[in-house]
Design a protein around this ligand. Structure first.
Ligand code: NAD
Length: 480
């Protein structure tokens, strides 16, 4: 059985604990690799290596740092097919999706921050005829980056690239559910000539390796993406140690469709925003509110189109919906469908485990599921399901749908469909959400701030925002 290794101080190594965890292939339900179940001493070694590497890395001319990150980006693209196949096998997503989205985006993350850092400046504030203030932005030192399983390499690199670009050394942990591409990244970092200790990847459980990172006294900041409950646990442990925290957490995003929308574009995009990546994108719109005059038409067309989405082997090019990430996650999704029924919902489509034959017989598949007839404030509409399950609900007025949209504890993203410009601008402003997409979905410009409000998180990633997070401002005031 293939055993992954940790990447510490520039070398691939076995965990000090000597323990391993099984790594499952979601589409077959079989164990296909083992990952280190690292503990405190592995993390201590990683932090020590990062500390040792920090002076040289942070003092390296920024052009040189940029060139190394650019090389990592190029190597990711050179290995596109291999990485996409690995991501699909590890996560259950269709290979074509990993090839079109996940892996190119991981390369782009490195490329973007390799170049962004060349343009990152800091402020100067003159006090006329008196003094000049200038603000230095120094890297923090050793920082921790912890990521989830839904977009494994995409989100892992989204944190690591800016942290490294800003001159920090990193101790990172991918999700134990999808560790493979992070492991392959460590091989590419060695090939790219990243100096030893600058990036350290420690595999294992959140409660062991993850907790050891977030509570290590030498770790100055924690950049975390994952569930809201985990974010709260990390905040509780790290905040009293005065670590900087960036928390990108769960969502329950509204998709608000007004009758005056561009209907065809809305319909095809809503299909994606509901079911892409098996609905396991934090930005998926799982609560669909439709203005009453077009509700019945939308319901018929949406169900008809969703019924054509092929659930199948992630390796097949015509598969639209692959496996969900794990058995426990499949069970969680199915339990929410049962809850929806108990709460009085009608299943318009799906509602069950999907059966895929051949070598996928034991895989974790869920049919795309559409539910109607639920109140906006029932548990199904309030709690994050994170699977191919959406609810549809009619509305009559803007005020009413605004209340529905904002009624959840989350506030990550929202989608609004309307051709009325005044409504689009005014309504978007009132949504309690870090990101609003109008007449589009998941259209990403990496320069823009990314993150949520309420229980969807604290802080923003993306653009220069994250470079500010990964640096410490120091103001120097000189009186003439
Ligand atoms: P999770 O919170 O279970 O795990 C995320 C990561 O945290 C994993 O690497 C895990 O090992 C680690 N972890 C767990 N407990 C820890 C602890 N006590 N200390 C330190 N690390 C710990 O989340 P998940 O199930 O992997 O991912 C799904 C969740 O992520 C969903 O809620 C989804 O909405 C959210 N998500 C949010 C965004 C965003 O940008 N806001 C993006 C993707 C996913």
């Amino acid at each position: 059985m293939f055993q992954l290794k940790n990447y510490i101080n520039g070398e691939l190594c076995t965990p000090d604990t000597g323990e391993y965890l099984d790594n499952y292939e979601p589409s077959t339900g079989k164990v296909y690799a083992q990952i280190p179940n690292s503990g405190q001493t592995d993390v201590q070694k990683a932090v020590a290596a990062a500390e040792k590497a920090f002076p040289a890395w942070s003092m390296m001319p920024v052009e040189k740092r940029s060139a190394i990150l650019g090389k990592i980006s190029a190597l990711i693209l050179e290995n596109l097919d291999r990485l996409a196949a690995a991501e699909s096998k590890d996560n259950g997503k269709p290979v074509w999706l990993a090839k079109q989205v996940d892996i190119p985006r991981a390369a782009k993350n490195f490329h973007f921050y390799a170049t962004a850092i060349l343009h990152f400046g800091s402020e100067a504030n003159a006090m006329t005829n008196k003094a000049i203030n200038y603000t230095l932005r120094d890297p923090l030192g050793v920082v921790a980056c912890i990521s989830p399983w839904n977009l494994p390499l995409y989100l892992f690199s989204w944190k690591i690239a800016p942290a490294l670009a800003a001159g920090n050394c990193v101790v990172a942990k991918p999700s134990e559910v999808t560790p493979m591409t992070a492991y392959l990244l460590s091989e590419l970092c060695i090939e790219a000539g990243l100096p030893a200790g600058v990036l350290n990847i420690v595999h294992g459980l959140g409660t062991h390796a993850g907790a050891a990172m977030t509570t290590h006294p030498k770790v100055k900041a924690v950049s975390f993406t994952g569930g809201t409950q985990t974010g709260a646990t990390i905040a509780k442990l790290a905040a009293p140690m005065f670590k900087k925290l960036s928390l990108e957490l769960g969502g329950k995003n509204p998709n608000i469709i007004f009758a005056d929308c561009d209907y065809d574009k809305m319909l095809s995009t809503t299909l994606r925003s509901s079911f892409a990546n098996q609905g396991q994108i934090c930005l998926c719109g799982s609560r669909i509110f439709v203005e009453r005059p077009i509700y019945e038409k939308f319901k018929k067309d949406f169900v008809q189109k969703a019924a054509l989405l092929k659930v199948g082997d992630p390796k097949a090019s015509d598969t639209k919906i692959g496996a969900v990430v794990s058995k426990p996650h499949q069970e969680k999704i199915l339990s929410y469908i049962e809850l929806a029924k108990e709460e009085g919902g009608t299943i318009l489509l799906g509602g069950q485990q999907a059966k895929v034959g051949g070598e996928c017989t034991e895989g974790y598949f869920v049919q795309p599921t559409i539910i109607e007839g639920l109140a906006h404030d029932c548990r199904t509409n309030q709690e994050e399901i994170f699977g191919p399950v959406v609810t549809i609900m009619p509305f009559d007025t803007e005020d009413e749908v605004l209340e529905y949209a904002n009624s959840v504890r989350y506030g990550l993203s929202a989608t609004v469909w309307t051709t009325n410009l005044n409504r689009a601008t005014q309504f978007s402003q009132k949504l309690e959400s870090g990101i609003v997409w109008v007449n589009c979905w998941l259209l990403r410009d990496l320069r823009t701030p990314f993150g949520g409000v309420k229980d969807s998180g604290v802080g923003r990633e993306g653009g220069f925002e994250v470079l500010r997070f990964f640096t410490e401002p120091k103001n120097i005031c000189i009186e003439y």
